[in-house]
Design a protein around this ligand. Sequence first.
Ligand code: NDP
Ligand code: 1BO
Length: 316
Amino acid sequence: MKTLTLHDGTQMPAFGLGTWKSKPDEVYQAVRTAIEVGYRHIDCAAVYQNETDVGRALSDAFAAGDVTREELWVTSKLWNDAHAQDEVQAALTESLRKLQLDRLDLYLMHWPIVLQPGVYLPRSASDFRPLSDVPLETTWAAMLETAERGLARQVGVSNFTASKIKKVSEAVGVTPAMNQVELHPYLQQPKLLAACASMGVALTAYSPLGSPDSATMFGREDGVRLTEHPTIQEVASRRGATPGQVLIAWGLDRGTAVIPKSVNPSRIKENLGAEDVVLDDEDRTAIAALNADRRMLDASFWFVGDDYDAESFWAE
Ligand code: NDP
Ligand code: 1BO
């Protein structure tokens, strides 16, 4: 299994299972199947509202001897409504309770956004807390404290630009181990890759297949699905692989972790096969040409009120 080396030398399994949008009644079997076929990394989040079912699957997998706790990498994420100094540890403890774990391998600040307690997605300006009241560096320092207390082996961020990483790192004196961001051939983000590499921050590619199952939710029905793009299909046929495997192999080839979501047993197995797909320079050049700086999660759900806007949110 391919691994990433984090800034303190920790080895993290590069390939994992995504669980966003996996319904509680589906995610149990998805996690059990994934572990049975060889996955060693599961990506979770409090906001996915399925950690209890993931936790049941983990507990049953340990009891069945399918995997040991030490062999498995479990990531979860702090939701935006618990950013205050005295809320972070409580939120992490609640995720641990649901996941039936003593410690996470990685805990991420899900978004550089601060919401009022109990808010899932904002509907009006009053759903936000001003960043000046709860700055990202306060949240980052509180996350580091959870690691010092042994509740997470590693801590990091998600959906951060390089400049936001630099700001929190300089303020607190410790750089995040990880930045989990959207990465796929339509959104290749080469500058962010280079900036994170220069700061010693590893990257995880989310929505590596282009997140087709969030298209309706976010009113994004236009455009060619990545798995149906002729270039991806050509590379797939050259490599004797499926389009999904090519997309995952491309992310692994760039040195990022990759966490495709599936609740379908045959696609769960198929996606793991990406570890054996080797791309060459012809494949890399063909896929590089697909970059369109096109986001599947453009963050527009945060642009309610005046606190965040499309101009500045992703700007360096
Ligand atoms: P993905 O790009 O992983 O796409 C998931 C979709 O692709 C599902 O519809 C799935 O269907 C389908 N699929 C899975 N395998 C294949 C295949 N081999 N061929 C064709 N279709 C396939 O989308 P996500 O947005 O879910 O991203 C992956 C994970 O990243 C999330 O689940 C989550 O864990 C994380 N994430 C993190 C975010 C963050 O803000 N930090 C934001 C977004 C995602 P089916 O299930 O039926 O197989
Ligand atoms: C708001 C969507 C979060 C997915 O990780």
